[in-house]
Design a protein around this ligand. Structure first.
Ligand SMILES: [Zn+2]
Length: 75
């Protein structure tokens, strides 16, 4: 799968939050991606999802954990 072609994404470094890496009762497989330059936006979106869908508390610790769990891919 070539995401740059299929979705029209820019080439370069992207950060990925993959909820499927966490075991959850909902079997959630949400994936959120952003260019590396928008890492903060991605963490914000992932934190919103973790709070609204998985009942996490919206804390600085949550954002720190999410930051550590992001994958970086080269597109
Ligand atoms: Zn999820």
């Amino acid at each position: 799968m070539d995401l740059t072609r299929e979705l029209g994404l820019a080439r370069g470094k992207w950060v990925v939050a993959n909820c499927g890496k966490f075991p959850s009762e909902k079997n959630c497989q949400l994936v959120i991606m952003a260019p590396a330059s928008q890492r903060e936006d991605l963490i914000e979106a992932a934190a919103t999802h973790a709070v609204s869908s998985h009942g996490h508390e919206n804390t600085p610790e949550l954002r720190k954990e999410l930051d550590e769990f992001l994958d970086t891919v080269e597109m």
